[in-house]
Design a protein around this ligand. Structure first.
Ligand SMILES: Nc1nc2c(c(=O)[nH]1)N[C@H]1C(S)=C(S)[C@@H](COP(=O)(O)OP(=O)(O)OC[C@H]3O[C@@H](n4cnc5c(=O)[nH]c(N)nc54)[C@H](O)[C@@H]3O)O[C@H]1N2
Ligand SMILES: Nc1nc2c(c(=O)[nH]1)N[C@H]1C(S)=C(S)[C@@H](COP(=O)(O)OP(=O)(O)OC[C@H]3O[C@@H](n4cnc5c(=O)[nH]c(N)nc54)[C@H](O)[C@@H]3O)O[C@H]1N2
Ligand SMILES: [Mo]
Length: 757
């Protein structure tokens, strides 16, 4: 089937992403000339980064005349889910609004940007002059390096920062999964790759796992790659509790019991579960006695969280709470949980998450089948898939650690992060005090932060600020001095693609458009311009290949792997064998500690129910529960005017954060920013389905369209972030969790009223 431009647009508007499912005959590239062209079609393989590099779903791309014309599912690949976002990646790549050349600002920062196209040579020379000037005058640590949710550039930007001499490299993880990782580190010890597997790896095994609690997570929409496994587990007899204030597709599909909790009260519920499990006697006494620290103190503390008190705090019906407790106290095996970033988005976030995580050691789930496994012989890839040695977090960062800008504000965070991820959320304060004077940002977006305006002011106030991005976006780039065009996934190869022990090379399948360059090349070119020619292999077109060579050179593989071998392996990739056998209970074998002794890497060498690290910094060592800083209970005076609970950032299937709003197929699926509100709450305010409404907090007001739905809990709202015309982060406060520094995206109080059309 060949399509004219008109019929393509009609089809894409009408059917959205389902068009791709219609099969391989369809041209989805918007250029009609490609459909007419008689050139041969080529098949090329890559992966999707529409969700910012987490899932890396495999893609088989059909390329013609040097352009991708359509995308299909990739066979024999660890992850094969192509969704609406993936199929629409073609529309994003050929979007006429893409940034294609380096640009410098010609008017003052803070005003709508006026831009002049410059050459890469001029851009790099200016960056070098500004950054080296600041380094000479004030010190290299005054320059901040950062990446937003796009995680692929991270290792290259770390290498750049640490080579330049600044430990101040921050990432979106200041708001994302790093607080769950931090919580695990407080429990199991700071050895990060060990902790990481606890933070992320939950694979319930039917028959072995007692129960899996999906806690504040909606993988049916936000993590389709893992969702199938959970459904299969359910089909095999697995038991699931879902704790979520919303009736999500996840809860509807999989929950044996769904607890529609009052937002921010999860810590109380988890402590109640802990108490019930202890009282039932059905916990792993041997593990607790031998390997845990502070259990007796915990046991005393949780006694206060009776079913009656907890039902009241969490606003959960007693029969549902009892049904959940039954699942947790009967049967055998560990209790595991699955959650992502939503949790720590609270003022008591880390402690809420610790309370939940402790149910695992309580039920003996540490590094056993049906519990959580710790990686065997972890490869020394960092989270975003180059090696620690490549990123130079292994050799250079420790020497720079004392110059970290975040330690005075968030010492627990600073002390448990060995990878180079400073807590960015106090950026306005860092700039105000002169601790940061310039920034080099890759895929950074001011809208991710609460009270966005303060971050924009920080960019504006800096002596120099440069950003690499796919687009010129006003929320961020109206406040920077220079923007650099980044190549998209189809146009680049770094980093290495790693799934467990299987690694792949992703080769560019088309040439970068305009003058766009891959992020790794941009980092290398900047490194060379700053005077580090050898460290960045002279920069230039070979940069990405040189970066991959360096990562492979520093990989602890039993057999060395070269770039040529990885390239020759093509779409099948290479599996790196293990030296030894798979092991369980690695803490018994001395496999977790650098000194080879049995136990964990916490101060006590045990799993800490009471955290000695927290005590050292003046916090309570127990996973204490505190009411949210602002809630109907904590601040009834505020609730009188703002009675609804603010709940922001639940993921929607068709967008990733601020991205993809200009992708026609995806935008057709959700044309306007929506705020979800319960029918009785809407009716009380005279609001009908589809009405325009104002959503306000004490901090500001935005306009959105009402979706009147029983999906939300009465008294709560729900709104996605990243809409440039309705940035919900203008409404969120900067009441950070004092342990992690995380913002309270999922608590606070708001009001909704009908707006004019
Ligand atoms: N489509 C899509 N997928 C994404 C992303 C995206 O932007 N779009 N972003 C990716 C990223 S970076 C991340 S960090 C993850 C985020 O993953 P998560 O943070 O797990 O986000 P969701 O899957 O939306 O699940 C959050 C759920 O928590 C519930 N919730 C809100 N407040 C509370 C509370 O106080 N207690 C409890 N128990 N539940 C609460 C919400 O109702 C929602 O259903 O998703 C990733 N996946
Ligand atoms: N209210 C509220 N706010 C939230 C959250 C919430 O739940 N509620 N969630 C938080 C979480 S968990 C996260 S992860 C953040 C994410 O928030 P952001 O970091 O803002 O994520 P994005 O909007 O996906 O991407 C940021 C920018 O990167 C650009 N970009 C994309 N890919 C690349 C690339 O490969 N290279 C380069 N150079 N640029 C690229 C995009 O064009 C965009 O301008 O938001 C946080 N903010
Ligand atoms: Mo995230």
């Amino acid at each position: 089937m060949k399509m004219t431009r008109r019929s393509f647009l009609k089809l894409s508007a009408a059917t959205g992403a389902t068009a791709a499912a219609m099969g391989s005959c369809l041209y989805i590239n918007p250029d009609p000339a490609l459909a007419e062209s008689t050139s041969p079609e080529e098949v090329k393989y890559t992966h999707c980064v529409q969700c910012n590099h987490g899932p890396r779903c495999g893609m088989k791309c059909i390329v013609k005349d040097g352009k991708v014309v359509r995308i299909e599912k990739r066979e024999n690949y660890p992850n094969v889910n192509i969704c609406a976002k993936g199929v629409s990646a073609v529309q994003e790549m050929y979007d006429p609004q893409r940034l294609l050349h380096p640009m410098k600002r010609t008017n003052p920062k803070g005003e709508p940007g006026q831009w002049e196209q410059i050459t890469w040579e001029e851009a790099l020379a200016t960056i070098a002059e500004k950054l080296n000037g600041i380094k000479e005058k004030y010190g290299a640590e005054k320059v901040l390096f950062s990446t937003g949710d796009p995680k692929e550039p991270r290792s290259a930007v770390q290498r750049l920062a640490f080579t330049f001499g600044s430990p101040n490299m921050g990432t979106e993880s200041s708001t994302c999964y790093k607080a769950t990782e931090l919580s695990q580190k407080l429990i199991y010890g700071p050895e990060w790759f060990t902790a990481k597997s606890f933070a992320t790896g939950t694979n319930p095994v039917a028959g072995k796992t007692r129960c899996c609690i999906i806690w504040g997570n909606n993988p049916a929409w936000s993590g389709p790659a893992g969702w199938n496994g959970l459904l299969n587990n359910k089909a095999g007899g697995g038991k699931f509790i879902v704790v979520d204030p919303r009736k999500t597709p996840t809860a509807e599909c999989i929950a044996d019991v769904h607890l529609q909790i009052r937002p921010g009260t999860d810590g109380a519920l988890a402590l109640c579960f802990g108490n019930a499990i202890i009282e039932s006697g059905n916990y792993d006494k041997e593990f607790v006695e031998k390997w845990c620290h502070g259990f007796e103190e915990y046991k005393e503390y949780v006694k206060a969280f009776t079913l009656e008190k907890t039902a009241e705090i969490c606003q959960i019906p007693m029969d549902k709470l009892q049904a959940a407790v039954k699942l947790l106290t009967e049967g055998t095996g560990p209790v595991v949980h699955k959650s992502a970033a939503a949790f720590p988005h609270h003022t008591n976030g880390v402690n809420n998450y610790r309370a939940i995580s402790l149910l695992l050691p309580l039920t003996g789930g540490v590094d056993v089948p049906g519990g959580v496994s710790i990686a065997d012989e972890p490869l020394c890839f960092d989270e975003w898939q180059m090696t620690f040695d490549f990123a130079r977090s292994s050799d250079l960062l420790p020497k720079l650690d004392h110059l970290r800008v975040d330690r005075p504000y968030f010492p627990v965070w600073a002390d448990t992060d060995q990878q180079g991820s400073v807590q960015l959320n106090r950026l306005p304060e860092y700039v105000e005090t002169g601790a940061i004077r310039a920034a080099v940002m890759f895929g950074q977006n001011s809208m991710m932060w609460p009270q966005t305006k303060q971050y924009q002011e920080a960019f504006k106030k800096m002596e120099f600020c440069v950003a690499a991005d796919f687009y010129n976006n006003k929320w961020t780039h109206d406040y920077v001095d220079m923007i650099l065009p980044a190549a998209m996934s189809f146009e680049r190869s770094c980093p290495i693609t790693v799934f467990g022990r299987r690694i792949f090379l992703r080769e560019p399948i088309v040439k970068p458009q305009g003058e766009a360059r891959p992020d790794y090349r941009i980092a290398c070119d900047i490194g060379v311009a700053l005077g580090f020619k050898d460290e960045f292999w002279g920069g230039g077109e070979e940069s990405e290949i040189n970066c991959i060579r360096e990562s492979l050179r520093t990989l602890n593989s039993p057999t060395p792997i070269t770039y040529e071998e990885l390239k020759a392996a093509g779409k099948d990739g290479i599996t790196i064998p293990m030296k030894g056998e798979k092991q369980t209970k690695k803490y018994e074998l001395g496999l977790l500690r650098p000194d080879g002794q049995p136990g964990f890497t916490t101060p006590t060498g045990k799993v800490e129910f009471v955290s000695e690290t927290l005590k050292k910094y003046g916090f309570d060592g127990l996973p204490v529960w505190n009411e949210p800083v602002q809630s109907p209970v904590a601040t009834p005076d505020v609730a009188a005017d703002y009675p609804l609970i603010l709940n922001t950032g639940s993921r929607v299937p068709m967008f990733t954060h601020s991205k993809q709003r200009h992708v026609p197929w995806l935008r057709a699926l959700m044309p306007d920013p929506i705020v979800r509100i319960y029918p009785s709450d809407a009716e009380a305010r005279g609001i009908a389905q589809g009405d325009w409404v104002y959503v306000s907090t004490q901090l500001g007001e935005i306009k959105a369209r009402a979706d009147v739905t029983r999906m939300v809990k009465p008294g709560c709202m729900d709104m996605f972030h990243g809409w440039s015309q309705a940035n919900v982060n203008e409404l969120v406060s900067r009441d950070f969790d004092p342990i992690s520094g995380f913002p309270p995206y999922k608590e606070g109080l708001c009001q909704i009223r009908k707006a004019e059309a």
